[in-house]
Design a protein around this ligand. Structure first.
Ligand SMILES: [Zn+2]
Length: 151
C-alpha cells in the first residue's frame, strides 16, 4: 500500500503563522478533505526539509534552467544541515555558478524547507486547486508552496 500526503508550507522557510491562523487553516483543510486519515500542524524550532517522495523527478537551476545533478545536491544538503537544522546558505550551482540557497532551486515535483507545515495524510482530494491554495494563503497570511508526497 502506498500513502499520499499534501503538505502546505510557507514560501519563506523561516515564517511561522500565528497559532490562531494555524488552527483556522487546519479546520478549513478538515472541511475540504474530510476523508483525510490525519491532518497535523507541525512547528519546529529549526528549518526542516519536506520532500515529495516518489514524485521526485529532477532539480533545475533557477538561473540557467540546467538540470542539477542529484549527487551535487545531496552533498550540499549534507553541508547545509547542522545541529540547528538547515541554514540555507548560498552555494554556486555547478552549471553556471549562480549563487542560490537550497530552497531557491526548482524542484520537480515541488519540495521545500520550512519551520511550519500543515500536513494531510491520504486526503483523497487529488490536487489542491488554485482557488483553495489562495484561500489557505489568505488564512495563513503568507505565500504557500504545496508539496505532494507519495511514498
Ligand atoms: Zn545554472
Amino acid at each position: 500500500m502506498s500513502d499520499n500526503w499534501i503538505a502546505l508550507i510557507p514560501e519563506d522557510p523561516r515564517h511561522v503563522p500565528d497559532p490562531a491562523r494555524q488552527t483556522r487553516a487546519r479546520d478549513r483543510f478538515t472541511e475540504l478533505a474530510p476523508d483525510s486519515e490525519e491532518i497535523e500542524i507541525k512547528v519546529s524550532d529549526h528549518i526542516a526539509f519536506f520532500d515529495c517522495g516518489e514524485n521526485f523527478e529532477r532539480i533545475r537551476c533557477p538561473s540557467c534552467d540546467a538540470e542539477i545533478p542529484t549527487e551535487w545536491w545531496q552533498e550540499r544538503m549534507d553541508d547545509d544541515y547542522g545541529d540547528n537544522g538547515f541554514t540555507l546558505a548560498q552555494y554556486p550551482t555547478p552549471c553556471c555558478s549562480a549563487k542560490h540557497s537550497l530552497d531557491q532551486l526548482i524542484y520537480e515535483w515541488p519540495q521545500g524547507f520550512a519551520r511550519f507545515s500543515l500536513d494531510a495524510m491520504n486526503p483523497n482530494i487529488g490536487r489542491l486547486d488554485d482557488q483553495h491554495k489562495a484561500e489557505f494563503e489568505e488564512i495563513l497570511g503568507t505565500r504557500l508552496r504545496v508539496i505532494y508526497q507519495h511514498i
